[in-house]
Design a protein around this ligand. Structure first.
Ligand SMILES: Cc1cc2nc3c(=O)[nH]c(=O)nc-3n(C[C@H](O)[C@H](O)[C@H](O)COP(=O)(O)OP(=O)(O)OC[C@H]3O[C@@H](n4cnc5c(N)ncnc54)[C@H](O)[C@@H]3O)c2cc1C
Ligand SMILES: *[C@@H]1O[C@H](CO)[C@@H](O)[C@H](O)[C@H]1NC(C)=O
Ligand SMILES: *[C@@H]1O[C@H](CO)[C@@H](O)[C@H](O)[C@H]1NC(C)=O
Ligand SMILES: *[C@@H]1O[C@H](CO)[C@@H](O)[C@H](O)[C@H]1NC(C)=O
Ligand SMILES: *[C@@H]1O[C@H](CO)[C@@H](O)[C@H](O)[C@H]1NC(C)=O
Ligand SMILES: *[C@@H]1O[C@H](CO)[C@@H](O)[C@H](O)[C@H]1NC(C)=O
Length: 606
């Protein structure tokens, strides 16, 4: 197949030459003695595990990553270019080209309800995984989300209060790029200032900021201001905290895999290496401590066995893919593809959950939005230079300024039909994301926009990851069933209606020139939704943990695969329910606790 290389890919291949000796794609560079742990995938989950386990110099870890190094990749490091990456990955490439860009973009065929559109599903294929390409919003979710995990798994360790040490360990709250006075923009009491991932408030003021804040005063009953949505109480509208330090993306790679950690003699990182399967190491103890991998698209296969455990951290799409190709999944489904089942576990790949999003753009009377930069290559080059030289200017932030987490009214008609799916009365049903510019591609040729995206934060639609063939190098089939439930459909309509109320505040008078749509009835709104709904790139739940006694689920509450030994999963696939949040912080929290659980099991020194 002919694939036109995107500029992003070229950047990545150049970047390989910067790789330090400890990050390698040469098998000969690895020590010959066995590793205690083999971790698959250097994203949010895997990077934490590799870092924390190697705090003990006696423990050796091999971290295997399918993608290349993040070093020197400008589009990844510069927060304002994060949308540019996404544009390169989606809008400018035809579906065939996107398919060639293995891992950067999966395709998901939507239902006829969404006009049979092909929905892109972006994933990072690089050290840091998706944290190297995401939008950096730091959101923990609501305390009730984690308390529900504890109830489902019957493990108190997953309760919000008990997770506080792990939340703190992950976070390094710091000053924004412009060092402005942040009093009244966050609550320092709920943050930690010496953890791993840098978190800061926006470092460049936006033209929509003051009016958004003014609206939370003018319409405070419906749109209350929340000083800090990460306190455990998320409801309301507040300033976005971004995983950014000194105007630069703070990813799992720049934090947990920073050079001071890569210097550890007991940590080895093997890049450009794709794991295809996990293999049974010892059938007497049902142990799966062996991984099969390739560095040349399957021409040559290698295996390596961990003496203690294999940890799968390939993300919600690749983790179930690897498990099923290894014969761990539903027997009937695997048999139909000619894959021999070694362990019948029918929940693998099931209950895939995603947040549907509709991006709404209000035309405004201003030239001071990101739209002006997005359509002017000269200006983009200028602000990129400013970022490179001083880490200042409009590119120090991703294009999101405020987030609102809100609930449907108690008497909403939908609750006569279905139970409230939120984790509790303090957990949101939907999310509003406010951006100083339009967030879609292609950037409008004219006009400046206030982006108000609407998404369902407690979705009830469930989909699945299934295999299309027995070839582990082929793509899985991804079916989100996006907006297939009555609740999700109802909620996204209401969320769009609510944005109209928000924009009807007096503060927007004269500033707003045109709405994104004139649709008002359910039918009219559905036409608009079906044309515009997308995935928020937050897939979860495909290798979910459940109580030890449950007759479903993939993992026990300690994240070990049910019925097997030596195999654990640590990534977004383990979530038993959606947290009403963007997903990387919940993965970090899970991984920090998982590292503790692993250390406890093997009595590793802290
Ligand atoms: C465009 C976009 C915007 C987002 N915005 C936000 C945001 O603002 N805030 C937020 O919190 N979250 C956001 N997210 C989601 C968040 O980044 C992910 O939920 C999170 O990174 C998931 O962590 P993970 O460990 O499950 O997987 P990942 O971070 O995806 O890591 C998986 C890693 O495994 C590697 N891998 C996969 N298969 C194999 C294999 N077979 N062999 C070897 N390696 C393999 C991958 O290359 C990757 O490095 C966004 C995601 C996207 C795509
Ligand atoms: C927003 O309000 C602040 C404080 O009142 C003020 O200093 C600033 O100039 C305002 N910004 C804009 C863009 O109007
Ligand atoms: C999906 O999750 C629900 C709980 O939300 C559970 O009852 C069901 O058994 C799960 N399905 C599978 C196939 O695991
Ligand atoms: C693009 O930006 C440059 C540099 O700021 C400016 O001189 C030029 O007028 C802009 N072009 C358009 C079409 O606005
Ligand atoms: C699934 O396999 C069929 C038959 O080989 C192929 O035509 C199709 O493109 C595959 N689908 C995906 C999503 O790879
Ligand atoms: C909404 O209606 C106005 C007035 O009829 C029209 O000018 C505008 O184009 C419509 N907007 C959209 C997005 O359809």
């Amino acid at each position: 197949m002919f694939i036109r290389l995107s500029p992003f890919l070229i950047l990545l291949s150049v970047a390989t030459s910067y790789v330090a000796a400890v990050v390698t794609d040469k098998l000969g560079d690895l020590p010959k003695r066995p590793f205690d742990f083999v971790v698959v995938g250097a994203g949010a989950g895997g990077s934490v595990i590799a870092n924390r386990l190697t705090e003990d110099p006696e423990i050796s870890v091999l971290l295997i990553e399918a993608g290349g190094s993040n070093e020197g990749v400008l589009d990844s490091a510069c927060p304002g270019l994060s949308k540019v990456i996404e544009r390169k990955r989606s809008g400018e490439l035809s579906p065939e080209q996107r398919l060639g860009l293995e891992f950067y973009m999966y395709l998901c065929h939507s239902s006829s309800a969404l006009n049979d559109r092909i929905l892109p599903v972006a994933r990072g294929f690089i050290l840091g995984g998706t944290t190297s390409i995401n939008q950096m919003a730091y959101t923990r979710g609501s305390s009730e989300d984690y308390d529900r995990w504890a109830r489902i798994t019957e493990d108190e360790g997953w309760k919000w209060d008990n997770l506080q040490p792990f939340i703190r360990r992950n976070e390094h709250f710091t000053t924004p790029a412009d060092h402005h006075n942040t009093a009244g923009q966050f609550d320092p009491r709920v943050h930690n200032f010496d953890g791993m991932v840098s978190v800061s408030l926006a470092g460049f003021p936006g033209v929509i900021d003051n009016r958004t804040i003014a609206t939370t005063r003018e319409l405070k009953d419906e749109f209350p201001f929340n000083l800090d949505m990460n306190s455990g109480f998320q409801l309301g509208i507040g300033w976005v905290q971004g995983m950014i330090g000194e105007g630069t993306r703070s990813s799992a790679a720049t934090s947990y895999l920073a050079s001071k950690f890569l210097k550890r003699k007991n940590l080895h990182v093997l890049i450009n290496t794709r794991v295809l399967r996990v293999l049974e190491t010892d059938s007497r103890e049902s142990s799966f401590r062996t991984v099969e991998f390739t560095q040349d698209a399957g021409k040559t296969m290698h295996t390596i066995t961990a003496s203690k455990e294999v940890v799968l951290s390939g993300g919600s799409i690749m983790t179930p893919h690897i498990l099923m190709h290894s014969g761990i999944g539903d027997t009937a489904e695997l048999k139909a593809l000619g894959i021999k089942t070694v362990h019948h576990l029918p929940s693998v790949g099931k209950n895939l959950t995603e947040q549907p999003i509709v991006r709404n753009h209000w035309l405004i009377d201003s030239t001071q939005t990101l739209d002006t930069i997005a359509r002017n290559a000269t200006l983009l080059a200028e602000v990129t230079k400013e970022w490179e030289a001083h880490k200042m200017g409009p590119l120090v932030d991703p294009p999101l300024s405020f987030i609102g987490w809100l609930r449907l009214p108690k008497d909403a008609a939908i609750f006569k039909k279905v139970p409230d799916p939120a984790a509790g009365p303090k957990t949101s049903h939907y999310e509003l994301i406010f951006a100083n510019g339009a967030l879609v591609h292609p950037a409008a040729a004219t006009g400046n926009f206030f982006g108000v995206s609407t998404s369902v934060s407690s979705p009830t639609s469930r989909g699945s990851i299934t295999l299309n063939s027995s070839n582990p190098l082929a793509y899985p089939l991804i079916n989100f069933n996006l907006l297939s439930s009555d609740f999700d459909r109802f909620t996204i309509r209401e969320a769009i209606r609510i944005t109209r109320k928000f924009m009807a505040a007096r503060t927007w008078d004269g500033f707003v020139l045109a709405p994104p749509t004139n649709a008002t009835t359910d039918d009219e709104l559905d036409v608009y939704i079906n044309q515009n709904a997308a995935t928020e790139n937050h897939p979860v739940g495909t290798a979910a943990m459940s109580s030890k006694r449950a007759d479903y689920g993939v993992l026990d509450p300690d994240l070990t695969v049910k019925g097997l030994t030596g195999l654990r999963v640590v990534d977004a696939s383990i979530f038993p329910r959606y947290p009403a949040a963007h997903t990387s912080v919940p993965v970090y929290i899970v991984a920090e606790r998982a590292a503790d659980l692993i250390k406890e099991k093997w009595r590793v020194r802290y």
